[in-house]
Design a protein around this ligand. Structure first.
Ligand code: ADP
Ligand code: K
Ligand code: ZN
Length: 433
């Protein structure tokens, strides 16, 4: 099922034309209404007349998170505040929050793109969806909520937390869809299994998981544990929130809704476009946003784009799995390490739970790299030599995937903290000095 076939399956040539018209319009809009963008364009010696088609996008300046912080709170709005009907903010881990504003039309486009995602997952107006992303300033809850209402489904606005009640209501209300982070879905799955309620009594069939990177192995784990199909939903506050893209039934890349959010991949160092299909940093330009348009916003997310038509019939460009944010990448003893690499090893080994904590420090000028892992209860043993063998096995596997040998610390089953939103997987004590 396709929510907006005209757009989602539009011929690429026609899509380029639409994008060109919209790019010109948004550039005019920000040039006249946002001093920040006008100044940047003037510094580069360009005016809206230099933008005649989507090919000209590379003439435009980039925007980064710091620009939002520098213009906190409302400096990047392109309409008077009387037109802004909603604010959201992303906490971020450092510095001021970043704030975004939506006009009524921006909100309706947001619920349109989320509707495309939900429909691609097979959710219809006959289904109920439990939204277990946090509600509030975080875009997850209200973003998913708007999409479910738009398709006419029944939204169960749970928000995150209160895990026992989540399970109870999911069971009693017969939710068919669950929208939350993959790490919270894992926690919900564990809680269902220990609740004693048989899985067959749940109606759950579809997961809409995102807001943090997750791996193919995590997909398998969640699909098996919950007996569902688990689909990716991608987004970020600066662009609108969840729904910038979503997977289809082929589960073979996340379709990006490029009639509204134009994606580019650039080399994060040179900022030049990479060759088609190559990995790099994802950059978005919002083509239709009124409240707070983003011009060439650098997401820091590392991925690649796939332009071939998908087997589902959609032509909308697809993005490969996000390896991680360039911000999440750690350099340990000179080697680039992503938390997603650790996750994928844990998920391929039946002896371990997918929960983990990476602790990095610097001792005597050398980086230490510890991974705390939980053994599954049926593999946990009092026999020292068994645990040592297990430790050696996982250390060797981690080394072959990551490139350096970690110090593995096996902890008691269920002792690592479970996440109700975006999981925190890394403590890097080196940053404190
Ligand atoms: P914050 O910046 O506070 O984490 P956001 O909700 O705006 O708040 O985070 C957006 C980021 O979350 C994206 O840039 C990306 O790194 C990550 N993200 C969101 N959805 C996905 C997804 N489906 N897969 C991988 N990463 C995702
Ligand atoms: K994140
Ligand atoms: Zn598809």
């Amino acid at each position: 099922m396709i929510w907006n076939e005209t757009i989602e399956c539009m011929d690429r040539e026609e899509m380029r034309k639409l994008q060109s018209i919209r790019l010109k319009r948004v550039v005019e809009h920000v040039y006249h209404n946002t001093p920040f963008y006008r100044k940047k364009m003037q510094e580069m010696g360009i005016t809206p007349d230099d933008i005649q088609s989507i090919e000209d996008i590379s003439k435009l300046p980039f925007t980064v998170k710091q620009d939002l912080r520098d213009n906190y709170p409302f400096g990047l709005m392109a309409v008077p505040m009387s037109e802004i009907v909603r604010l959201h903010a992303s906490s971020g881990t450092t510095g001021k929050p970043i704030v975004v504003g939506y006009t009524r039309k921006d909100l309706s486009i947001w619920s349109e793109v989320v509707a495309r995602c939900l429909t691609a997952y097979g959710i219809t107006k006959n289904d109920s969806v439990q939204v277990s992303y946090g509600y509030g300033l975080f875009t997850g809850g209200l973003g998913a909520h708007g999409g479910v209402e738009n398709i006419g489904g029944t939204v169960i606005p749970m928000s995150s937390g209160n895990t026992q009640k989540q399970i109870q209501l999911m069971h009693d209300f017969g939710a068919k869809g669950l929208a939350c982070t993959p790490s919270y879905a894992l926690y919900l799955a564990e809680t269902i299994h220990s609740s004693g309620i048989p899985l067959e009594e749940f109606q759950l069939r579809v997961g809409a998981f995102g807001a943090e990177p997750w791996t193919e192995n995590m997909r398998k784990e969640l699909e098996d544990k919950l007996n569902i199909k688990a689909y990716d939903i991608y987004g970020l506050t600066e662009i609108c929130g969840p729904g910038v893209g979503g997977e289809c039934e082929c589960q073979n890349g996340t379709h990006l809704w490029e009639d509204h959010f134009f994606p580019e991949i650039v080399d994060p160092v040179t900022l030049q476009p990479v060759a088609p299909g190559e990995q790099g940093e994802l950059v978005f330009t919002t083509l239709t946003k009124e409240g707070m348009p983003m011009i060439r916003y650098r997401t820091r997310d590392l991925t690649h784009l796939i332009y071939e038509k998908c087997e589902c019939g959609r032509t909308a460009v697809r993005m490969g799995r996000i390896l991680g944010r360039s911000d999440d990448m750690m350099i340990i003893r000179g080697v680039n390490v992503f938390p997603s690499q650790v996750e994928s090893v844990l998920l391929e080994m039946p002896e371990f739970e997918p929960h983990y904590l990476i602790v990095v420090d610097r001792v005597n000028n050398t980086d230490t790299f510890q991974i705390q892992v939980e053994v599954r209860p049926d593999y946990y043993s009092d026999e020292m030599n068994k645990m040592i063998a297990l430790k050696k096995k996982i250390a060797a596997r981690m080394q072959s995937v990551i490139g350096i040998q970690p110090d593995i610390k096996i902890v008691e089953p269920r002792s690592l903290e479970r996440s109700q939103g975006k999981a925190k997987h890394v403590i890097d004590n080196r940053k404190l000095v």
